[in-house]
Structures are given as C-alpha cells and as structure tokens.
Design a protein around this ligand. Structure first.
Ligand SMILES: Cc1cc2nc3c(=O)[nH]c(=O)nc-3n(C[C@H](O)[C@H](O)[C@H](O)COP(=O)(O)O)c2cc1C
Length: 382
C-alpha cells in the first residue's frame, strides 16, 4: 500500500506491528470517548474559504521558545516509540531535524537521550514526568542540560495512569510474568518483519532513560511496573519550583485542559503550556482539546506560549488548532504510526504531507504567514 495520508500510515502500522504495540499506540482510555472527541471536534472546525488574495508566497516558518522552526509543530513525546522501528526515536529525530521541526524525547523512550542526542545536530526537546525519586529527576534534567536540549516539556496529566482496555486485551497490561510475555511473543511471531527488525535487533535499547533505575531488569512487564510504582501522585504546583531550580531553560507544562489551571501556570511563570488530554489516554470523558483551547487562549494566550495537541491527522488540523488559539502543535500518533509503517522515511513523508496540506489550508483561507492564522479564518469568524 502506498501511503497518501496520515491515516494510511495508521493502516500500515496496524499491519506491521504486533497487536500489543499497535493497540498501545492507537488506543485511548476506557471507552475512548475523549480520543474520539479529539478527532471529531477538530475535524468539525469549519474553515472560511477566501479568494483572490495573492497566495503565491506562503511561509510556514515560526519561532517557538526562541527556536526558529520550518513549521509550527514538534514531534511530541511518545513513550516506547522506539519499539515501532529499529532504534525508532533516532530515526524519528533524524526525520524531524531534516524537516526543521523539533523532536521531543519522552522520559520513557526506548532509546536513551544520549543515543538520540548523539545522532542529530539539533538537540531534541526533553519531556519529563514527576517521579518519586527526585534524584533521578535531577539526573535526567542534568543529562538534558548537558545534551543542550532547548526546552523541557513537563508533563503533568499523569499523576495516576488511565486504564486502557486495549492494553489488557492485548497482553501489554494486567498479564504480568510469563503469561503476558508469551502472548506478546505469539503476536510478534505473526509479524516477522517487526520481529526481525526490532524484536531481534532493536532490543538492547528498549529501556532507554529508565534502564539505570530498573537495576538490570529488562522486560516490558518490569518497565510498566516501574512506571506504575514510581510516577508521583503527590505532584502539585509547588513542584514547579523544584523544576525551576534544576532547569534553566524554557519550561513548558503539558497536559493542561482547564483555563483556571492555565492561569495558575501563567502566574507561576512557566514559559509555555500545551493544551492536552494525553491523546485521550488519561481521563476519558473530558472535553477534546479543540473544545478546551479557545477559553485557555483567552485566559493566557498573551502571557505565555500556547501549544496544543490531540487528534491532529492532517495539515488542515494543524491550521485549525492555530485558528483556535495555539501558536504551535505537537504530533502524537501521526508520527508514531508513520515510524511504524515506514521508519525514518515514513516520518519524513508525514512531515511533507503536513507541510503541503498546511499550504493548501492557508492559501484557501487567504493567509500566507503563520502569524496571520487566527479565529478570522474560521467559518463564522468574519
Ligand atoms: C503511544 C503513546 C505514548 C505516549 N507517551 C507519552 C509520554 O511518554 N509522555 C507524554 O508527555 N505524552 C505521551 N503521549 C501523549 C502525546 O505526547 C500527545 O499528547 C498525544 O499523543 C496527542 O494526541 P494524538 O496522538 O491524537 O495526536 C503518548 C501518546 C501515545 C499515543
């Protein structure tokens, strides 16, 4: 199959990956209502078609946190993405660098920060979770500082993990010990290309940044057990002071969905906020990000840099998020599916698709610069 869209890469990923991995990427929590809303609400945002405005010179570049970007987007943090293709985060980071957009490395990546940072000239953004062991957090921030990561993305919407039924059905969660491992092995056996590419050759890297605290344990069960036991549910606003103590660069709070929380974030002096519900993987039933974004933009859009993610499946969706008040977006599943479907070339292709689709959306709404995208390009926005 030749992929022409992001959803085509989803289909390629479905064919290529063992079921436990595809469902891990694709799924959301509980009934997946919020995941569905993210996509549907964004898609429902109607654009205002304009004509006769000389759109021969469209420029997608923008500046976020002092970094000049070719497009107003970054590859967002996706845990274990490195299992989608051999040394997957390295491949994705290379594609992002070539396209002129940042790559964000998750705390729980498969490849360690040193490996990813060593493979590209432009250091990635680094995403941090709140972990009980503060010494380990300090160590991660120091590693990110030493690697010259320009932005720290501090994710705050996972003080407790949302339950994802698909992970139980696939054997990724809730089947500890030999049972889960055997089920995953069975699924890998029916996907020989992945089993060869990643299962056999990619394995030494699959515990990434947390390998040192896993103390020699190497299984996925151990990995998820560590996440369950070590993410800190006591996380609170004052912890931002701790982060600020150990990180001198921009701090971007990821996982804000409420205007009051956004105001608090602005009052606490964070540099940016990412409006996100973790791609519908945490509290099912909360509003889509497209729905939540305008009120948050009204509340803090002029006080900090606002980004958003959730449900972005095309360049049109990127333009929609910007029209709703974001200055830039994060891609989640879009790049994870592409990586699974076709590795670095797949991620590069998805970024080209997004670029081309953004150009069309901007041109036909009559704008030629990212800064001109606002609510006026929405139908009813005249
Ligand atoms: C498989 C998967 C793993 C994720 N892991 C992380 C993570 O480690 N850290 C984080 O902050 N967000 C994580 N996210 C959330 C994404 O960064 C992003 O908020 C979300 O995927 C956006 O929604 P979309 O996938 O519909 O675009 C993950 C998302 C997925 C799909």
């Amino acid at each position: 199959m030749k992929a022409a869209s992001i959803l085509d890469y989803r289909e390629l990923a479905r064919r290529r990956l063992p079921r436990f991995l595809f469902d891990y990427i694709d799924g959301g929590s509980y009934a997946e209502v919020t995941l569905g809303r993210n996509v549907a609400d964004l898609e429902a945002v109607a654009l205002r078609q304009r004509v006769l405005r000389d759109i021969s010179d469209i420029d997608l570049s923008t500046t976020l946190f002092g970094q000049r970007l070719a497009m107003p987007m970054a590859l967002g943090p996706v845990g274990l993405a490195g299992l989608n293709a051999r040394r997957g985060e390295v491949q994705a980071a290379r594609a992002a660098e070539a396209a002129g957009v940042p790559f964000t490395l998750s705390t729980v990546s498969a490849c360690p920060l040193s490996e990813v940072a060593g493979a590209v000239a432009t250091p990635p953004w680094f995403q941090l979770y709140m972990i009980r062991d503060r010494g380990f957090m300090i160590d991660l921030m120091q590693q990110a500082g030493a690697a010259r990561c320009p932005v720290l993305v501090f994710t705050v919407d996972m003080p407790v993990p949302g339950t994802r039924y698909r992970d139980y059905r696939s054997g990724l969660a809730g089947a500890p010990g030999l049972g889960g491992s055997l089920r995953r092995l069975g699924q890998a056996a029916t996907h020989p290309r992945w089993a060869w590419d990643v299962g056999l050759w990619g394995r030494p890297h699959h515990l990434g940044n947390v390998a040192p605290v896993l103390k020699g344990k190497t299984g996925l069960n151990d990995f998820f057990a560590w996440m369950r036991d070590n993410f800190d549910p006591a996380i609170r606003w004052d912890d931002l002071d701790f982060i600020r103590q150990h990180w001198k660069g921009p701090i971007v709070l990821k996982g804000v969905l409420d205007a009051e929380d956004a105001r608090e974030a602005a009052a606490r002096g964070v540099d940016g906020v990412i409006v996100s519900n973790h791609g519908g993987r945490q509290l099912d039933g909360v509003p889509s990000t497209a729905r939540a974004l305008p009120a948050i933009a009204d509340a803090v859009g002029d006080r900090l840099t606002l980004m958003a993610d959730g449900g972005i499946r095309s360049g049109l969706d990127v333009v929609r998020m910007l029209a709703l008040g974001a200055k830039g977006v994060l891609l989640g599943r879009a790049w994870a599916w592409a990586l699974a479907g076709a590795g670095e070339a797949g991620v590069a292709h998805v970024l080209r698709l997004l670029e081309a689709e953004m150009r069309v959306a901007m041109g036909l709404t009559g704008v030629t610069r990212v800064e001109q995208i606002n609510e006026k390009i929405l139908a009813g926005g005249e």
